[in-house]
Design a protein around this ligand. Sequence first.
Ligand SMILES: *[C@@H]1O[C@H](CO)[C@@H](O)[C@H](O)[C@H]1NC(C)=O
Ligand SMILES: *[C@@H]1O[C@H](CO)[C@@H](O)[C@H](O)[C@H]1NC(C)=O
Ligand SMILES: *[C@@H]1O[C@H](CO)[C@@H](O)[C@H](O)[C@H]1NC(C)=O
Ligand SMILES: *[C@@H]1O[C@H](CO)[C@@H](O)[C@H](O)[C@H]1NC(C)=O
Ligand SMILES: *[C@@H]1O[C@H](CO)[C@@H](O)[C@H](O)[C@H]1NC(C)=O
Ligand SMILES: *[C@@H]1O[C@H](CO)[C@@H](O)[C@H](O)[C@H]1NC(C)=O
Ligand SMILES: *[C@@H]1O[C@H](CO)[C@@H](O)[C@H](O)[C@H]1NC(C)=O
Ligand SMILES: *[C@@H]1O[C@H](CO)[C@@H](O)[C@H](O)[C@H]1NC(C)=O
Ligand SMILES: *[C@@H]1O[C@H](CO)[C@@H](O)[C@H](O)[C@H]1NC(C)=O
Length: 552
Amino acid sequence: MRFSLGALAAVLPLAAALPQITRSGKYLYDPSGTRFYIKGVAYQPQGNLAVSTEANEANGGFPEPSDFVDPLSSSTNCTRDIPHLKDLGVNAVRVYSVNASLNHDDCMKALDDAGIYVLLDVSLPLNGSIDRSSPSWTTNLLNEYTRTINVFNKYPNILAYNIGNEVINTVNNSNAAPFVKAAARDTKAYLNSINSKALVGYAAVDTDLEFRNALADYLTCGNESVSVDLYGLNNYEWCGAATYSNSGWNVITEGFRNLTVAAYMSEFGCIKEGPRQWTEVPAMLSAPVADVFSGGIAFSYFPTSDNYGMVTFSGDGSTVNVNSDFTALGRQYSNTSGPNSPAQSAQSNSVLACPPTSPILAASTELPPTPNEEVCKCINDNALGCKAIPATANNPIKVGALINQACGLLSQSNSTVSCTTIAGDGQTGQYGPLAMCSPDIKLNYVMSAYYDANPVATSCDFGGNATLSTSPLSAGAAQEAAASCLAGKPPIFTPTASDPPTSNTASPSSPATSSGKPSSAARVGAVLPTSSVATLVLGALGFVAGAAAVLA
Ligand SMILES: *[C@@H]1O[C@H](CO)[C@@H](O)[C@H](O)[C@H]1NC(C)=O
Ligand SMILES: *[C@@H]1O[C@H](CO)[C@@H](O)[C@H](O)[C@H]1NC(C)=O
Ligand SMILES: *[C@@H]1O[C@H](CO)[C@@H](O)[C@H](O)[C@H]1NC(C)=O
Ligand SMILES: *[C@@H]1O[C@H](CO)[C@@H](O)[C@H](O)[C@H]1NC(C)=O
Ligand SMILES: *[C@@H]1O[C@H](CO)[C@@H](O)[C@H](O)[C@H]1NC(C)=O
Ligand SMILES: *[C@@H]1O[C@H](CO)[C@@H](O)[C@H](O)[C@H]1NC(C)=O
Ligand SMILES: *[C@@H]1O[C@H](CO)[C@@H](O)[C@H](O)[C@H]1NC(C)=O
Ligand SMILES: *[C@@H]1O[C@H](CO)[C@@H](O)[C@H](O)[C@H]1NC(C)=O
Ligand SMILES: *[C@@H]1O[C@H](CO)[C@@H](O)[C@H](O)[C@H]1NC(C)=O
């Protein structure tokens, strides 16, 4: 008789899964209380660079990748690479982009078997990240993050989820910081709700001293429910045979000393001075750097166009050739282990107080609300009469350009509403009621508001990109529907222009899906507007005519 593979797996003892690494105060520990240091390498093939937009350039933008290969989706490639990752002596890899639709079981299991944790960035290139030139934190991004988390939650070797990489890269776009912190807050709440103990991280670009420290303080300060708990710094200051005091690492270490959470070098490995000897590794894994940092991620396993790679592939891509940087890093990692101090029992989580306003960052301490998809969908379904047509391969709807066009028309119209309803300002901490909605719904809102101010068919055309519902809502009906949605009471009626509803007979106290389960937005701790908030917000939403009458 022959065993099936499944039956074999059931009788053979399973290899032990890697234990959860937790944070106590500023440090990471394994379950035995031994201090844990990240000895890692970046594991992401380089993507193609996107064409940078003018807005992004004006905001200190670096060229960003436009596409990616999911390195945890190919069992063949992981099998090819893992022996080399073991040779390097790493206990962690940082992966920047994965596709939640693909299967990651084989790679995650093989890494776990090899004693390798994964630090996973949950943002994606282009529209999958917070856009520094026009920052927002919206339902579609939160959904993307939770979708990836749902796929990876089952793997024991997930160490942390990074909610952003170098989003803020100059004081000029530090107004993106409240959105990044809101992403950390909502990701933490979501992880809590599914009993995940994975850490929530951010990877910052290295910048001048004051800005670097101010941003680290901003993202890690305050209540634990909102602070990033693993703060990464992408740092390339230690070049060649530098030392602690002439590399700048002394200044960095002192600048981060007051952080109350764990820090690590989320990228390191300067290539300016010849083949790398990685003398920063023993420095990183000993005091005084180890008093503040818990290791780092060497950049990069895969080749990059600017020569940060440590391997190349030959033949049909199945042969790995390592270079001298690889060999030197392997020697350093294998020869170094960080001090097992201070003891976990001596640690307690404390809170770094947030200054009321930062003298350096243009970032409000007022964070945007948790994106609430239920409310956005409800408004879109019940209150908006003019909507963008679905994108097709032949006509990819350019949402951003259409929003700009519609906002321009709206501002020149007689409408009493404006695009502030869909805008969020991270500098002043003012967030419009629909700033949390997806770009698609924001566009529908602006086009509908324009139509309401000029209710003739040609107002809902937008070069053939929009259509009017067969029974467009009257301004009053639209306003009432929006009010119901914002009050957490999705209307059960289907309003029409000829028969506007006068009352809402449904009164669930909280939004519920038809199955009765809380929506995903509710699960991540969305705070639904109370009716007084809804009233306040209505002014901003206010679908023109009759606003006062309906509210009275
Ligand atoms: C993710 O994988 C699916 C299935 O192969 C594919 O259809 C989709 O385009 C991929 N998404 C991205 C962003 O690569
Ligand atoms: C980004 O855009 C693609 C198609 O243009 C869409 O499928 C995807 O859902 C968008 N991602 C997010 C997070 O909105
Ligand atoms: C910030 O913006 C100002 C005004 O637009 C510009 O002069 C300055 O160069 C920008 N600074 C950086 C670091 O991008
Ligand atoms: C921290 O946030 C949690 C959740 O929002 C809240 O219950 C708690 O009271 C807050 N703690 C402090 C000290 O503000
Ligand atoms: C750290 O905290 C001490 C005591 O409050 C303060 O004097 C010092 O300036 C802080 N250092 C930094 C870099 O914030
Ligand atoms: C696997 O490796 C081959 C050869 O290097 C590469 O072309 C391919 O993109 C990789 N696929 C994935 C999913 O990593
Ligand atoms: C290993 O580490 C020790 C102590 O840090 C050092 O003296 C020695 O030179 C290192 N060996 C190699 C091969 O790097
Ligand atoms: C605004 O209202 C005035 C007076 O009712 C009207 O003459 C004008 O055409 C309107 N303008 C627009 C852009 O709708
Ligand atoms: C859709 O809008 C874009 C941008 O405004 C425009 O270039 C395009 O022509 C419109 N599409 C159609 C089918 O008219």
